[in-house]
Design a protein around this ligand. Structure first.
Ligand code: OAD
Length: 243
């Protein structure tokens, strides 16, 4: 468990910070019951990403890919934000310079009240037309397979950044600017192996920010951050913002 002196140090830094960035991964939603990708019960232990989360997989078998996303929609639809999501939303209210970067597609940060955020890997509740590229919200559970665009009748796909695809230029620019100008950066519940997000802690550190990690385990970030707080996100993050 995170030591009280480390917790105290991060709280002190938060008390004097003027600009805060939070980067989150699947670990923050694990406490809400959403499976992670690489843990013992992680999705990539039981499913092959190349069959389900690449543009080639979708071109080969869109029905299979949609069935998998339907299963995830059904699962996520039953989940609620936890105390860590709520604490991150509270941080946004406390700092005028704040940005949340999440790799999660579950939408739980928005449900918890976060507005200043980049969902860099997309959002499972959005769909995009493979023809006209229009992006629309879609909360159907289950979604009709195969879904069609209202506008042009093209095939819809999940609005998710799959393996082999790039983040949007807007997201990259926004994240880079936030990371280079923050004085405190919290990295919560990510294994730190998927780029470009895996490089974000280094960008903040090199730009002079104090960087703290909150994770159940040691990660590739652990050696480079100023403080590593081990524990569950839902237990540790609320302690950081405690009144
Ligand atoms: P991973 O599944 O790779 O890593 C989850 C991390 O959360 C691990 O480091 C765990 O130790 C940690 N963790 C688990 N439970 C926790 C808890 N209760 N509190 C704190 N930490 C906890 O998930 P990501 O790093 O988010 O991409 O994975 C990055 C990307 O890889 C995902 O966005 C996804 C995946 O392929 C796409 O969907 C495009």
């Amino acid at each position: 468990m995170a030591s009280s002196s480390d917790l105290g140090l991060v709280r002190e830094k938060l008390a004097t910070a003027r600009s805060v960035v939070v980067l989150t991964g699947a670990g923050i939603s694990a406490d809400s019951g959403v499976p992670t990708f690489r843990g013992a019960d992680g999705l990539w232990r039981n499913f092959r990403a190349e069959d389900l989360a690449t543009p080639e997989a979708f071109a080969r078998d869109p029905r299979l890919v949609w069935e998998w996303y339907n299963w995830r929609r059904e699962l996520i639809a039953t989940k609620q934000p936890n105390a860590a999501h709520e604490a991150v939303a509270e941080l946004e209210r406390q700092y005028s310079h704040f940005w949340l970067i999440t790799q999660n597609v579950d939408g739980l940060h928005r449900t918890a009240g976060s507005h200043k955020l980049s969902e860099i890997h997309g959002n499972i509740w959005r769909v995009r037309c493979t023809d006209c590229r229009q992006v629309v919200d879609n909360h159907d559970v289950p979604i009709h397979i195969l879904p069609m665009c209202d506008h042009c009748h093209g095939l819809l796909r999940p609005h998710i950044v799959w393996f082999g695809e790039s983040l949007t230029e807007d997201d990259l620019r926004q994240c880079d600017a936030a990371l280079r100008s923050c004085d405190l950066c919290l990295i919560i519940g990510t294994s730190g192996v998927v780029y470009p997000a895996a490089g974000f802690a280094s960008i903040a550190k090199e730009a002079g920010a104090f960087v703290a990690e909150i994770n159940l385990d040691v990660t590739p970030h652990t050696g480079l951050v100023d403080v590593s707080l081990q524990g569950r996100a839902k237990d540790v993050v609320p302690l950081l913002i405690g009144s």
